[in-house]
Design a binder for this molecule. Structure first.
Ligand SMILES: *Cc1c(COP(=O)(O)O)cnc(C)c1O
Length: 386
């Protein structure tokens, strides 16, 4: 039996054929003029997506590697840091900081809720000692997108630098690094950037470089200083061997994003998110995260009473070939997550919802066939273009 597969997870995400093909060629040597040209073009494309003129450092790593680089290159042992966490990836900031000996003050929110910028403002006002604030733009574990513009506004008057994990949000939701004053933005190749896994990025502001100049943590492979030195070489490069094929693919993907235009990319993601939420509601399911127009990367939904969540996602994958994500951490088995950041269009959502309707029946939940699909179709019909 040939089962056609559909990937609808919030990372890694589907990759357009032309992006895959761009990486399927002979190796370009990473210390050659041809590579420098490619790398410079990629950095330009990243500056467009990051909306910044700051340095962008590139690492051979998944997103967590770039997050770890931010912690080791900014926070020294004993330094006070503020972590605002509303899910699994916020907790990762806490764990990384604790691993390297920073003293963490945690603003801990219910999973599915948004970080409240007022709490960050109060914490910073009460204590001037924080060197950095860590938070997440798109909290992939819950589907919640935090308001980075407001968070940046409350952090700006203080000496602390703001570090944002935008691994699943960058390229799906607006993030104006320079205009909003976000010091450090972390992202990865394998989510909204429509590229295979393997590359991760951080943008670094002048204030973040100043903090870095005082840092006492050791760092070698992900040292920001080594990265910057290689960037400033007459032939800009990375200090160590990059995954050249992924870099070639990323070059193509960034070109596609530039051609679509960021505004349209964000608009398409808002429509995809809305269609997914309307479909879930029409099926009588309860959204796990907020019904928020900015929830553009992933839609998280409660598994209905009496249904085993892991069974539901298993049936979708094995019977219908549709791979979605279950819940992580404390909501494992209780929610499912439909990813739509990156290379997604209306018929990805419709496919996912159609298979969800069928799988729900298979596991004993009486959903009305076609109700979710129709709700998604109505959203796409209203919007007309995506
Ligand atoms: C995917 C993701 C990461 C990084 O995960 P990796 O598996 O290391 O790439 C970090 N933060 C968020 C919000 C993510 O979605």
């Amino acid at each position: 039996v040939v089962l056609k597969r559909y990937l609808l997870t919030p990372g890694p995400t589907p990759v357009p054929d032309e992006v895959l093909l761009a990486g399927a060629r002979g190796i370009v040597h990473h210390r050659s003029p041809e590579y420098s040209e490619l790398f410079l073009r990629v950095l330009d494309g990243l500056r467009y997506v990051f909306q910044t003129e700051n340095d962008i450092l590139v690492f051979s790593a998944s997103g967590t590697g770039a997050m770890e680089s931010a912690v080791t290159n900014l926070a020294s042992p004993g330094d006070r840091v503020l972590v605002a966490s509303n899910g699994n990836f916020g907790r990762r900031w806490q764990e990384l900081n604790e691993t390297y000996g920073a003293q963490v003050t945690l603003l801990d929110y219910e999973w599915g809720q948004k970080v409240d910028p007022v709490d960050i403002a109060q914490a910073l006002q009460a204590d001037a000692g924080y060197v950095a604030v860590f938070c997440t733009q798109s909290e992939t574990s819950t589907g919640v997108v935090n308001d980075i513009r407001e968070i940046a506004k409350v952090v700006r008057p203080h000496r602390a630098v703001l570090v944002v994990d935008a691994v699943s949000g960058l390229g799906a939701t607006d993030l104006r690094t320079d205009e909003w004053g976000v010091d450090v933005v972390v992202s990865g190749s394998q989510k909204a950037l429509m590229t295979p896994p393997g590359l991760a990025f951080v943008s670094v502001s002048q204030e973040a470089w100043e903090l870095n100049s005082r840092v006492r943590n050791p760092s070698y492979y992900v040292s920001w200083r080594e990265s910057k030195k290689a960037l400033e070489d007459p032939s800009p490069q990375m200090p160590w061997t990059p995954p050249v094929g992924v870099m070639l693919s990323l070059d193509k993907a960034l070109q596609l994003i530039h051609e679509e235009g960021l505004e349209q990319v964000f608009r398409r993601h808002r429509i995809l998110g809305k269609a997914a939420r309307e479909a879930a509601k029409a099926l009588g399911l309860e959204l796990f995260s907020l019904d928020d127009p900015e929830a553009t990367s992933v839609t998280a939904v409660w598994v209905p009473e009496g249904v085993d969540g892991s069974e539901l996602t298993r049936v979708m994958m094995l019977t219908y070939g549709v791979t979605i994500a279950g819940g992580q951490g404390r909501v494992a088995g209780k929610i499912f997550r439909l990813g739509h950041c990156g290379y997604f269009g209306p018929f990805d959502i419709i496919t996912a919802i159609a298979s969800l309707e069928m799988a729900l029946r298979d596991v004993g939940f009486e959903s009305q066939l076609g109700a979710g699909v129709a709700a998604a179709q109505r959203v796409f019909l209203e919007e007309k273009t995506w």
